[in-house]
Design a protein around this ligand. Structure first.
Ligand code: HXC
Length: 522
């Protein structure tokens, strides 16, 4: 009897093993070998690099498609070209999907979409991040519009999950047509240089329709999307680098919108003086400097994970910690376009702030902004609408908001950049801060035009009036007198004061009137 049971289970285990092997083989040895050319990892290897060792639990390994069109009934691989399940990143639960290009080009079938939706639903119900590793030729052509239905189900879930759980996409292969929209709804898009592409229509269609010649890489490669369009937030060197970057980012994020971001122990003292900052801001207000140095001087252990590093470089955004607590940093970069705000910078900043606000991550802003970038190009392309996005995002955010004005804070850009006037909590300014309606040169040209024109020596008169304007307004004290600036600090105190403020605001609650949703100017 016992021998019988034993041989019975053995046979069943052997059968299970055979089925597992078939699923693990993906599209077969030849396709796997081809896929790996050029150093790309397979769908399963990607999961292994992304997750803590041994933590992955696969679901739906045997799910198979039902399509019989065009001989598809003879092309069935268990799992149907996507690996789904859950695991841990630095101990934290995440759900994921990883498309396998070796199985029918990783194409999106109805069943593949069902698998992905199943883990997305679990991620939402359990309040854990969802990570999607994309490597797919798009909608499975043999299935027709059924596969489109699958995409639509994923888009709907991406939208429902937005602001509820962090969603991250790694583009690790081609991503065309509707396949680019799911990534774009997610919070952060990671691409790999030279092997991943995103476009609505590929080079061939473009050639036919507009007669333009463009390569895949130029049109929708990682460099293009991380520097020109801003569609991608990171451009990794290779698959492994991409997955490790995602692990790094996860350290800053809470699991869901009701969770706090993880606090990590640090050896960096909260009262460390940031003395280097006393000499970092140039005396000459026209001289640029690198705002990254200000950030790294202040944050724990100088560690700053910059997001969108190559896009709209006049505004810096990224994650760092103060006394172990994650914050989102937003900062003007005087080294690029003098730190002016333009369309791209406004979009970049607004989206980042909204992410931080949705996930309880305080926003710390460093401000040196002469204004919005003037010009026909900016006006015609809608700087009014796009600039308003940044304004809206700052005003809407209810997380702790702390702003340090290092130098210029002029006009509308001053209001926008986390000023006290937009429900910001703490505004600090350096003695070098110039908080004014506009720069002295511009102001004098407008209000003293007649006096300058009539003067015997217009140049000398302009210089005199400029100096007078500067003495009156180019400082932080008018703003401090009005209570718009809470404290004028020695730059060496920056780190300490930010940490004091974060501690003071630890239990902040702010109310926004109940409504269905706002209507951010899009
Ligand atoms: C079915 C597909 C497929 C697809 C690739 N394959 N894409 N099968 N549906 N969408 C299959 C190929 O037939 C091939 O099968 C295998 O995957 C590998 O593809 P190759 O072409 O050999 O690979 P490569 O040379 O690397 O080229 C990759 C590629 C190319 C650039 C992605 O395959 C391609 O252009 N695919 C079609 C892209 C596309 O137009 N997709 C539909 C978009 S419409 P064998 O058996 O030979 O190995 C869409 C609408 C969605 O997505 C809208 C949602 C709202």
């Amino acid at each position: 009897m016992s021998t019988e049971v034993s041989s019975g289970i053995q046979a069943r285990l052997a059968d299970l093993e055979k089925r597992n092997e078939a699923a693990m083989a993906g599209g077969g040895a030849a396709r796997l070998a081809k896929h790996k050319q050029g150093g790309r990892l397979t769908a399963r290897e990607r999961v292994d690099v992304l997750l803590d060792p041994g933590s992955f639990v696969e679901m739906d390994r045997f799910v198979s498609h039902r399509c019989t069109n065009f001989g598809m009934d003879k092309n069935v691989v268990p799992g149907d070209g996507v690996i789904t399940g859950y695991g841990r990143i630095n101990g934290k639960l995440v759900y994921l999907s990883s498309q396998d290009f070796t199985v029918i080009g990783g194409s999106m079938s109805r069943t593949q979409a069902n698998k992905i939706c199943k883990v997305m639903d679990l991620a939402m119900k359990n309040g854990a991040p969802f990570i999607s590793i994309n490597d797919s030729g798009g909608a499975r052509i043999q299935e027709g519009i059924e596969s489109l239905g699958g995409y639509a189900d994923i888009f709907t879930r991406n939208t429902m999950a937005s602001g509820l759980i962090p969603q991250i996409t790694a583009i690790m292969g081609p991503c065309a047509g509707g396949a680019v929209y799911s990534p774009s709804i997610t919070d952060f898009v990671f691409m790999v240089k030279n092997t991943s592409y995103m476009f609505v229509t590929g080079p061939d269609v473009i050639k036919t329709v507009t007669h333009e010649d463009v390569t895949k890489e130029e049109l929708g490669g990682a460099t293009t999307h991380s520097a020109k369009s801003g569609v991608a937030h990171f451009a990794a060197e290779d698959d492994k680098h991409c997955l490790l970057l995602i692990r790094e980012m996860m350290n800053f994020l809470p699991s869901n919108n009701l969770d706090d971001a993880p606090v990590l122990p640090t050896n960096d003292r909260p009262d460390r003086l940031t003395e280097a900052l006393n000499n970092l801001i140039p005396e000459n207000p026209k001289k640029p400097y690198d705002m990254i140095s200000v950030i790294t001087e202040c944050v724990d252990e100088g560690y700053f994970l910059e997001v969108h590093k190559h896009f709209a470089q006049n505004l810096i955004v990224g994650f760092a910690r103060f006394n172990g607590r994650p914050v989102g940093i937003v900062a003007n970069q005087p080294n690029i376009l003098a730190g002016c705000l333009n369309i791209e910078a406004s979009r970049k900043g607004a989206r980042f702030i909204r992410f931080c606000d949705a996930f309880n991550i305080p926003v710390v802003s460093f401000v040196d902004v002469p204004g919005f970038l003037p010009g026909k190009d900016q006006e015609w392309n809608g700087i009014i609408t796009h600039g308003a996005k940044l304004l809206y995002a700052y005003a809407e955010a209810t997380v702790p908001k702390i702003t340090v004005i290092t130098r210029k804070a002029y006009g509308g850009a001053y209001i926008v950049m986390g000023s006290k006037l937009l429900r910001s909590d703490v505004n600090l300014a350096y003695p070098s801060a110039e908080i004014a309606v506009m720069g002295a040169d511009g102001a004098v040209s407008i209000i003293f035009r007649e006096e300058i024109n009539k003067a015997k020596d217009p140049v000398a008169e302009r210089a005199r009036l400029t100096a007078e304007y500067e003495a009156k307004f180019s400082n932080p004290y008018v703003s401090a007198e009005l209570g718009y600036t809470d404290e004028v600090i020695e730059p060496a105190m920056t780190r300490k004061r930010i940490i004091d403020s974060l501690e003071m605001l630890k239990h902040k609650r702010d109310i926004t009137p109940a409504k269905k949703h706002g209507n951010i100017p899009l």
